[in-house]
Design a protein around this ligand. Structure first.
Ligand code: ZN
Ligand code: ZN
Length: 321
């Protein structure tokens, strides 16, 4: 059957060439006729001397004929394309679109069995390929890479944006308290970061005023009080710096705990759901794919919670401050 499809593909390529020749001929004829109309337009005089009002009507008619030539060429083109359109193969168990047998310039990877082949049953819309071996399998519902249960092939459900959001909230919901703690640490850290430059400025102010007061008279009360307030500001600054360090540690700790908990929770749920699948599900799935769902994909999934979200929120607070 693959041989038959290959020879039919070669015939199709030849037919495509013929079709392109036909389309080119239509284009040439329409261009020539338009040139002819243009030449005629220049040399045309008609009876304009005798009846001047005829001139505009005849001009409009000449313009109309150019338009009609183009419309005719377009219609013939459409007709050729419709008659030569390829039907392709519609196998809903494999793919929701029609597949076209094609000979690709280089080897491609089969989306069902991961084998390399230059001959593919291809969906150009999704860049999806099935190799001839997979396509020719007698029962389309026994290969790998197809989602199915004991009752046959299962279609992937279409999930809308709101359903995604709802499911995400459902996944995060049990960890909201810890998440709130993480958010509080983040807010406190960002707020402390906002006040730090203020105290740095205060320290400099005190240094300058103490310098002025003490250079005038070292024994005066002014000098002593300036020194006292300088030491107090430095103490506050030190405490604030240590607090910022602690809060930053707490923040990253709580965010990583939240994301790890969510990851573990999702992993457990996913594993439970996997174990409750039909035997045919495991025939249709590759073991490696299932493993990488549980390990890699979930890590990728919670990564934004740990890094992007916290840096985004602290930057927002900094911006507002
Ligand atoms: Zn294959
Ligand atoms: Zn497709």
């Amino acid at each position: 059957a693959a041989q038959r499809h290959l020879s039919s593909h070669l015939r199709k390529v030849a037919a495509d060439t013929r079709k392109n020749v036909a389309v080119g001929a239509i284009f040439a004829v329409s261009t020539l006729s338009q040139v002819y109309i243009g030449i005629k337009c220049i040399s045309f005089t008609g009876e304009w001397q005798a009846h001047p009002h005829v001139m505009s009507a005849q001009g409009a008619l000449l313009g109309l004929s150019v338009l009609l030539v183009n419309v005719e060429a377009w219609l013939i083109n459409r007709l050729v394309n419709i008659f030569t359109a390829e039907e392709g193969f519609y196998v809903p168990e494999f793919h929701e679109h029609r597949l076209f047998f094609t000979k690709l310039p280089g080897a491609h990877v089969c989306d069902l069995c991961r084998a390399n082949s230059a001959l593919m049953y291809r969906c150009t819309v999704c860049d999806w390929d099935a190799c001839p071996a997979c396509f020719q399998r007698q029962d389309k519902a026994t290969g790998e890479g197809v989602l199915r249960g004991d009752k046959g092939v299962r279609m992937t459900a279409e999930v809308g944006r709101w359903t995604y959001l709802r499911r995400t909230m459902h996944l995060v919901w049990p960890h909201i308290p810890l998440f709130l703690v993480a958010l509080a640490c983040l807010a406190a850290n960002a707020a402390a970061n906002l006040f730090l430059p203020n105290f740095q400025g205060n320290i400099f102010d005190h240094v300058i005023s103490a310098h002025h007061a003490c250079s005038a008279d070292e024994r005066a009360d002014d000098c002593a009080s300036s020194k006292r307030s300088f030491y107090r500001t430095v103490q506050i600054y030190l405490v604030l710096s240590v607090a910022i360090g602690l809060l930053a540690t707490l923040k990253s700790l709580s965010f990583s705990i939240v994301s790890r908990r969510i990851a573990i929770w999702i992993r457990k749920r996913l594993f439970k759901i996997m174990l409750s699948q039909d035997i045919a599900f495991f025939d249709g799935m590759r073991t490696g794919d299932l493993q990488s769902r549980v390990s890699e994909d979930i890590s990728q999934m919670v990564l934004p919670i740990q890094y992007s979200l916290s840096s985004f929120l602290s930057n927002v607070i900094l911006l507002l401050g």
